[in-house]
Design a protein around this ligand. Structure first.
Ligand code: UTP
Length: 836
């Protein structure tokens, strides 16, 4: 192989290609590299650049206002000019590139050049060695420098309020950046009109909703409704069109004749849009159609402007909700700084952003809605609910899109200013406490109502749907049953069947809450509120520390309790249970608690062959203010029990013994309350049929006024009673040891047709039986107590199962608990799903 000047052999072995800045280990790889695409492409780019440089002149001395065209005109006399580039900033020099080297030679040999009375200085273009500079991905050092710079600036501010304004100033788009975006929209509108007559391209999202930041996407909606009408018109008058073909019709012929907008799918339309972008818009590249997204989209980049854009078709709801965000932003000047700071905080904590599109994190729209919702829930509120806005709109402002009521006033003047005078520093801290204490799994966040709605209203596919739709003020073609319930339920303000946070998983939701808790705690410190006199970081700077850096560790994580959490997963429950919970309304938590307790006991007894008996051992109580206020003694609250679980329950972990005694909601609250007064007698007399919740206590509402404004108390108040239950358990077999192997052998030995579901109750019961048979003479292996506590209302709805081992000389309990941690929630979920 012949060596070329790009290749150097390396002392330590292998070769280095200077052109591609690449190391290859041996000659064979070098051969491959030289024939490869990258090397070939760079060689060809270098050759072109060299030829261009050889046929170019470096020109100075022209007047500042001289245009590109004037220069082309002048140098055209010496040969065909391929391109003229004027230095953008100062217009001091220009590069004139001729199509042929002869043109350049002719111009260079000319003795004197004069343009508009100015003497030009003309030199051959300096020849620079071609260097390949790899595309900058994102230089973390630069990013670091930016954050460093911002941190220094923030530390110098006088107050948190000032810091928040500085964050806005450093992130928001400059006027020039906005202008560039407008120009691109105009350019695209022009091009699309050629192909889709009467179309309308409308920007939405962060470019225009007042929460713009450098490098934010350019979201565009291409509205083709008028183009459809146009197409129908043209088709209808095709005879006349034959006679006099207008220009419009010619353009219709070119692309619209290929497609019928009335019948075409969005994906087909997007393919056309992508083709137009690729072929007709200068500077546009990386065009990609994503037709499987919730809203199919064409993504593109603009090389020179360094912009990324998304085009969706007829996305009128997004255009409208962008206007709503604009209105909210104009209604109260505190919203903008809050949004900028919380978005940045969320990005730093890896809670929001989804850098690669889809993902389990909050998107910026969802995060903004959460902030608005928080401001609607303050007392007095900073922002009105969407329903209140609707009331303030006049007739001309009425707006219905795809069946959804999107009415609100177009001008902020129509809305009374807020009476709330809290400053930014307090509001930011309030946001964190609000969501630290929010019951995500038990509520649906409704900006429409401006308050949380109990999730039960969304559980049943049929019952209550109409009523709820009415309550929410509309009926669209999509019904509530389509709502994707998840760990966070955040209703879109218009499209009421869309959970904007439906992509979040439990991990992200827990992360969000944990970070809110961490931030709320920090915001109570002086370090947040006051500027450091010793030049230390303070205020927002510490709040913005990236995840993993700086403040770490909260009690929740560090104190390792023997506790297992069973979260409320509405979406996983069978329809029958959903309907029951719906009927229980505000008491749905208690009903769910009862069902879960029965399922947990079922898993321990049936699947793991433990002995489980209700225990009347009082559980240590946490005295709460509310209990004292209600005159309920600590003992009473602590002695809460669920009815005994005996053989009957064991045999039937089903709705029959969960059916609640009479009462408006199926729950006998009075009985439950009375039971507080004489807990022990009730425990003893309880039969499985009247398995009732006794000993109800109210959880601590850290800031009732903040979390629950008076008008929503009615909805959630009854849900604040919180039951406890406890059991005494005996374990007879080492059910966790070799379980996987036993399971594997069992599955192998069974015929395909009779194989139980993998991971199901039946199989796991057989596995335990097998383990038990191997160890015929069962002895008591472990003794432990289990306590179930229901959380909710000011926390996520969940049940915490706390375990306390008895004597454990062999140190077995830790192993057993470790096994239970994953086994118990999974199996409980399976049993719950079997409820009919
Ligand atoms: P983004 O989440 O991208 O928000 O949604 P953004 O404010 O533009 O932030 P960047 O682009 O990440 O900086 C863009 C727009 O898409 C619509 C909303 O109009 C939102 O402003 N959208 C988004 C919805 O209508 N529904 C959704 O679930 C998500």
């Amino acid at each position: 192989m012949e060596f070329n000047s790009d290749i150097q052999s390396v002392l330590k072995g292998g070769y280095h290609c200077k052109l591609c800045d690449i190391h290859v280990p041996n000659k064979a790889s070098l051969d491959d590299h030289l024939k490869g695409r990258k090397h070939q492409k760079l060689s060809s780019v270098r050759a072109t650049r060299k030829a261009q440089a050889e046929s170019s002149l470096f020109v100075t001395g022209f007047a500042r206002e001289t245009s590109q065209l004037q220069l082309i005109d002048y140098f055209q006399h010496f040969g065909s000019v391929a391109e003229v580039i004027i230095d953008k900033k100062k217009a001091v020099y220009a590069i004139v590139q001729f199509s042929e080297i002869e043109g350049m030679q002719s111009a260079f040999s000319h003795s004197q050049h004069v343009l508009d009375g100015q003497k030009l200085c003309v030199k051959p273009r300096e020849k620079k060695e071609f260097r390949y500079i790899p595309k900058k991905k994102q230089d973390p050092r630069n990013l670091h420098q930016c954050v460093e710079h911002l941190s220094q600036e923030l530390c110098q501010a006088a107050s948190v309020n000032e810091q928040m304004h500085r964050v806005v100033e450093s992130f928001q788009l400059s006027e020039a950046e906005k202008e560039v975006r407008n120009l691109l929209v105009e350019l695209l509108q022009g091009v699309f009109t050629e192909f889709f007559p009467e179309c309308c391209l409308q920007p939405f999202g962060s470019s225009v909703n007042t929460f713009d930041i450098h490098s934010c996407d350019l979201d565009l909606s291409l509205d083709l409704e008028k183009t459809k009408t146009f197409q129908a018109r043209v088709k209808g008058s095709s005879d006349q069109a034959q006679e006099c073909r207008s220009e419009d019709i010619q353009s219709e012929d070119s692309i619209l004749s290929d497609i019928d907008l009335f019948t075409a799918s969005t994906a087909e339309v997007l393919d056309l849009v992508a083709a137009v972008l690729r072929k007709c818009v200068p500077g546009v590249h990386k065009v990609q159609v994503l037709s499987s997204a919730r809203l199919p989209v064409v993504k593109f980049s603009h090389r020179e402007l360094g912009l990324q854009g998304d085009i969706t078709i007829n996305n009128r709801l997004a255009v409208r909700n962008t206007r709503l965000l604009q209105l909210y932003s104009r209604l109260d000047a505190r919203l903008r700084p809050l949004v900028y700071c919380i978005r940045y905080w969320a990005k730093q904590k890896h809670l929001a952003g989804n850098p690669f599109g889809g993902g389990p994190l909050l998107n910026n729209y969802a995060l903004t809605l959460l902030i608005i919702f928080f401001l609607q829930n303050l007392d007095p509120p900073v922002l009105p609910s969407v329903n209140q806005l609707k009331e303030m709109a006049c007739e001309e402002e009425e707006c219905v899109i795809e069946g959804w009521d999107c009415t609100f006033p177009s001008q902020p003047i129509a809305v009374h200013p807020s009476k709330n005078t809290e400053n930014l520093c307090a509001l930011l801290a309030g946001f964190f406490s609000f969501y630290d204490q929010f019951d995500f799994s038990g509520s649906v966040i409704s900006l429409r109502e401006g308050q949380p709605l109990p999730v039960t209203g969304f559980l049943s596919k049929t019952v209550g749907e109409e009523e709820l739709m009415e309550q929410l003020g509309k009926a669209g073609d999509c019904s509530l049953k389509n709502i994707r319930l998840g760990p966070v339920n955040l209703l879109d303000p218009f499209e009421l069947c869309h959970n904007v946070a439906g992509n979040l998983n439990e991990r992200t939701q827990k992360g969000f809450r944990r970070e809110c808790e961490e931030a709320a705690k920090y915001c109570r410190s002086l370090q947040y509120q006051r500027k450091s006199t010793k030049g230390k970081v303070w205020g927002l700077v510490r709040l913005f520390e990236p995840l993993g850096g700086g403040t770490q560790g909260l009690s929740r994580d560090t104190e390792r309790e023997l506790a297992i959490s069973i979260p409320f997963k509405a979406a996983m429950l069978p329809d029958s249970v959903r309907s029951e919970l719906l009927l229980a309304r505000g008491l749905f938590r208690q009903l769910w608690f009862k069902k879960v307790c029965q399922a947990v006991v079922g898993v321990l007894q049936d699947v793991l062959k433990c002995s489980v008996a209700p225990s009347d051992k009082p559980v240590k109580a946490r005295v709460r203010q509310e209990e004292l206020e209600h005159g309920e003694g600590t003992d009473c609250a602590a002695s809460a029990h669920i009815g005994p679980v005996n053989e009957d329950v064991k045999q039937d972990v089903s709705v029959t013994d969960c059916t609640l005694p009479a009462g408006e909601n199926g729950l006998n609250v009075q009985e439950a309350k009375n039971s507080c007064a004489c807990p022990s007698s009730l425990i003893k007399e309880c039969s499985p049929q009247d398995t009732v919740l006794v000993g109800l206590k109210r959880p601590l509402c850290r800031d009732d006024t903040l979390v629950s404004p008076p008008n929503k108390k009615q909805m959630l108040d009854s849900a604040t009673m919180q039951p406890l239950a406890h059991w005494h358990c005996l374990l007879w077999h080492r059910v966790w040891v070799g379980r996987r192997k036993v399971r594997h052998n069992l599955l192998k030995s069974l015929r395909e047709a009779s194989k139980p579901e993998v991971g199901g109750i039946e199989l796991e019961t057989c596995v335990t039986k097998s383990i038990a048979q191997e160890n015929e003479e069962a002895q008591k292996l472990l003794e432990f107590s289990m306590e179930a506590e229901l959380l909710g209302c000011t926390d996520d709805t969940q049940i915490i199962l706390k375990f306390t081992p008895g004597e454990d000389h062999g140190g077995l309990f830790q192993d057993f608990f470790h096994f239970l941690e994953s086994f118990l929630p999974k199996m409980t979920e399976k049993l719950l799903a079997k409820l009919k």
